[in-house]
Design a protein around this ligand. Structure first.
Ligand code: ACM
Length: 264
């Protein structure tokens, strides 16, 4: 399976501009079967208050992002997992939408909100989902979910072979930690981070750390981008490698678990 990550700096508040940049990239790099894009990649990340969210939030699967991505994935035959700003009822969610071959497949709402996101968004209330593309099971989590190993574990136990991880990372630890998430679950992880700095209104500037990466089930970085440049990372993987949960002849990652003794 050919996987693509588009690391870029979204134009704040301009969904049309960002969708055009995403579509152009997908059409340019033909043959990518799964694209993973950054968190909140259609809107930008920093908001002064919920009032800023209202004009940018979309109901899924209606609105311009759904319309554009259904069209792009239909004509290019690809699957896209991307961070979006979702409105559901009166609540706003930091979500990841999944589109495949012309269809909206579903949405994941970020469970673990980071820092000031807590003033803006409602935390997700459902288990992280696993989607199937051909025979490949793909799980979704968003950015700060990385620091809760339960999320990646839940996805792996649900059969995920690849974890798609849209991100807007600001702390320096995640990219290294995701190597562990891959090893401890024996799954591929695809972290799509953004670059650039956002300074909005009275808010202090936020700089994002780039270094988007794709990691193998044994913790090898199969590809990594720079910390500050917009770029595309494309890697071919064999997703079935993630089905082998044997660490030694006598140790199987899932069979050796003993949940009865964990206080979780
Ligand atoms: C983050 O969760 N965007 C750091």
């Amino acid at each position: 399976m050919r996987i693509g990550v588009f690391q870029f700096s979204p134009k704040w508040g301009d969904i049309g501009y960002n969708l055009a940049a995403i579509s152009d990239t997908i059409f340019y790099y033909k043959g990518v079967e799964l694209w993973v894009l950054p968190e909140l990649c259609t809107t930008g990340y920093v908001f002064e208050s919920k009032k800023d969210l209202e004009p940018l939030a979309e109901v899924f699967p209606s609105g311009k992002t759904s319309e554009a991505m259904e069209e792009v994935t239909r004509t290019s035959g690809t699957t896209v997992i991307m961070g979006v700003l979702e409105k559901l009822g009166e609540n706003y969610f930091n979500s990841a939408a999944v589109f495949s071959k012309g269809f909206f497949m579903g949405i994941y709402r970020k469970i673990h909100l980071f820092n000031e996101e807590k003033h803006l968004f409602t935390p997700g209330f459902e288990s992280p989902p696993v989607f199937r593309v051909k025979d490949v099971k793909i799980g979704v989590m968003i950015c700060f979910d990385w620091i809760f190993p339960e999320v990646a574990r839940t996805l792996a136990l649900s059969g995920a072979m690849i974890i798609a991880h849209p991100a807007n990372l600001v702390l320096p630890y995640c990219q290294d930690a995701m190597i562990t998430r891959s090893i401890e679950n024996r799954v591929f992880t695809v972290t799509a981070n953004r670059v650039g700095t956002e300074q909005i209104g009275s808010k202090p500037p936020v700089t994002f750390t780039g270094k988007s990466q794709i990691v193998s089930p044994t913790g090898e970085r199969l590809g990594v981008l720079s910390e500050n440049e917009e770029n595309v990372l494309i890697v071919d993987i064999d997703p079935s490698e993630a089905l082998d949960k044997n660490i030694t002849k006598l140790n199987n990652l899932f069979e050796d678990r003993n949940p009865d003794v964990y206080k979780l």
